[in-house]
Design a protein around this ligand. Structure first.
Ligand code: TEU
Length: 583
């Protein structure tokens, strides 16, 4: 591909390696499987594919625990296959983005093995070691994401090491210049291979408060986060990283994962003149409806008003100054279709199928017409369900398995715990991709590493590619529209006020072109009065895309805008969505 930056305005696709496609029957997705599906990605039309970590790893966290940055994990294949994947994607004008996990390594990485061996080993300072606290326990009260202490005592030297994530994922010490130099060299190795950019895992956590203070006991989970997220030297560190690595390779993309970040910080991270990163992930939408004081609960008071507010704030405070990627699904959260937007409970199977299909299209319409670069997570473009596992044995994620054990040991009813795992576990989004409706969904000939989703067989690539009304073609068309108009990538946003909170109506405008979007976020039909001017504009406009073909067009029964007794009203079917180009 050319060295231009245009592709940065295209649609990004997240591919989760273990669950994408298995080519050798061992039950794990692999590079061979990705190679088989390059044409599928080209048909969908995405501009870049972010593949989750594929480096050698003991797989305690599906590769987010790297043992060797220079080697492909055996179950995924070989370096030659990765090179072939880059070449094949490039032939189709698709870029490859790797997941760069550099806040921490695996505890089996040779650096850590050397580091833990003795206090004066040259690698000691590559990680964060502290003597026990005054009471002989951990150096402070920080908690890891797995809900235990963030410090692990290592018998060999009697000191504790810091791990923000699992104890198998010790944090690297970014204060150490030798460590940073070794990381930069490794990143350049991948850039020299032709990788087009990186998704930088947990990148806003690399600078820790050097005094490692205790957090208030009642602080939100995970306790201590204010002392290592967006820390004191973060901008300086990111600038050096940019200068030493991707900044030297024009046209590459750096996409930062920065959990818990203010919008001011996002602008500082991504304003082009600051030369830190190109984009960060907008992590607010994905968190809506989830109780973040408790990693296993859905917030019962969730309302679409918060969603609208988030979209509007990011547009007002970040769009145009900094850059962000917008997503509604990813490998760390249950799929939206099964949680917030899958209101199929209590409906017949046929009704539920229609509703899910409409909901999947609504999610797609919304995602691709919001400000920000859309990021589609594998299977979302098929409307794949959130896997509703029936047994605790179906789960693979370590934190999920540990939470089940702890909570049932503490006396909670197993069925209650299972229900909350379904609502919040990361495994719901990690079930294997549905390539066909047949045996093992065409994912593998062996036993998948994690069970197939118990439902949602009808959402599969083979059937949907053949059906013009499918979720797949809805996504394909949305991606194509982005290539044909400046509106999705550059348009200003105006939310249209409506009496009904569940309906989103908004206008985006760029270079004199205007689009109007309508999305019903509820499982019920909705209606409310609507301003006559918008109704006339939409009726005179061109329907670019609608989720309910029978209800497109103007004025007919089922049209969204209806005039009666001199008053326009907006009527939307459950999860109906539409995109109009206005004259
Ligand atoms: O996640 C970072 C992160 O901050 C978590 O909050 C994430 O949202 C959480 O795991 C949800 O349960 C990244 C990766 O995306 C994740 O898969 C890894 O486990 C984590 O880093 C450690 O590398």
């Amino acid at each position: 591909p050319g060295s231009g930056d245009d592709w940065k305005e295209s649609v990004l696709y997240q591919l989760y390696p273990p669950s994408f496609k298995d080519s050798d029957g061992d039950g794990w997705g692999d590079l061979g499987g990705m190679l088989e599906k390059v044409d599928y990605l080209a048909e969908l039309g995405v501009g870049a594919v972010w593949i989750g970590p594929v480096c050698d790893s003991p797989m305690e966290d599906n590769g987010y625990d790297i043992r060797d940055y220079y080697k492909i994990h055996d179950a995924y294949g070989t370096m030659e296959q990765l090179e072939e994947l880059i070449a094949k994607l490039h032939e189709r004008d698709i870029r490859l983005i790797m997941d760069m996990v550099i806040n921490h390594t695996s505890d089996e990485h040779p650096w850590f093995e050397a580091s833990r061996s003795s206090i004066d080993n040259p690698y000691r300072d590559y990680y964060i070691w502290k003597p026990p606290g005054e009471d002989g326990g951990p150096p402070n009260n920080w908690r890891s994401f797995s809900e235990e202490s963030a410090w692990e005592l290592d018998e060999a030297t009697g000191e504790y090491y810091l791990h923000i994530f699992d104890k198998k994922q010790p944090d690297l010490n970014w204060e150490n210049a030798d460590m940073r130099r070794d990381l930069y060299e490794m990143i350049r190795f991948w850039l020299d291979k032709g990788v087009d950019g990186f998704r930088l895992d947990a990148i806003n956590m690399i600078s820790k408060d050097p005094s490692f203070p205790n957090a208030p006991e009642e602080a939100r989970h995970p306790r201590g986060q204010q002392f290592y997220k967006n820390g004191p030297r973060i901008h300086e560190m990111l600038r050096e990283l940019h200068e030493e690595t991707f900044g030297r390779y024009p046209g590459t993309l750096s996409l930062g994962e920065a959990p818990t970040v203010t919008m001011d910080e996002v602008v500082r991270y991504t304003a082009p003149e600051r030369r830190e990163m190109d984009m960060v992930l907008q992590m607010e939408l994905i968190r809506l409806g989830k109780d973040f004081g408790n990693p296993w609960k859905i917030d019962p008071d969730w309302s679409p008003v918060t969603l609208k507010e988030s979209v509007v704030r990011w547009h007002a405070e970040v769009f145009g100054q900094g850059a962000y990627a917008t997503y509604l699904n990813t490998h760390d959260h249950p799929r939206m279709i099964g949680t917030l937007f899958g209101g199929a409970a209590g409906k017949s199977e046929a009704q539920a199928g229609d509703l899910n299909q409409a909901a999947a299209k609504a999610i797609g319409t919304f995602l691709h017409t919001l400000p920000g670069t859309p990021l589609v997570y594998q299977g979302e473009e098929l409307g794949m369900p959130n896997a509703n596992y029936g047994s605790p044995d179906d789960y693979r994620d370590k934190a999920t398995v540990a939470a089940y054990k702890r909570r049932t040991d503490e006396g909670e009813a197993p069925e209650d715990v299972l229900r909350s795992l379904h609502a919040r576990s990361r495994d719901g989004a990690r079930s294997p991709m549905h390539w066909t409706g047949g045996e093992r969904r065409g994912f593998t000939t062996g036993t998948p590493w994690i069970p197939l989703s118990p439902d949602g067989v009808e959402a599969n690539a083979e059937d949907e590619r053949a059906d013009r009304n499918s979720v797949f073609h809805h996504y394909r068309r949305l991606i194509e529209l982005r290539k044909q108009s400046p509106v999705p990538a550059h348009g200003d946003l105006t939310m249209l006020p409506l009496e009904d909170d569940w309906i989103f109506a908004y206008i985006r405008e760029a270079e004199g072109e205007r689009w109007m979007m309508l999305v019903n976020f509820s499982a019920e039909p909705r209606e409310c009065p609507v301003n006559a001017e918008w109704a006339r504009l939409a009726e005179a406009g061109e329907l670019l895309l609608g989720s309910a073909p029978a209800h497109a067009g103007s004025a007919g029964a089922g049209a969204p805008f209806r005039l009666s007794a001199g008053q326009y009203r907006l009527h939307l079917l459950p999860y109906q969505s539409a995109v109009y180009r206005l004259d």
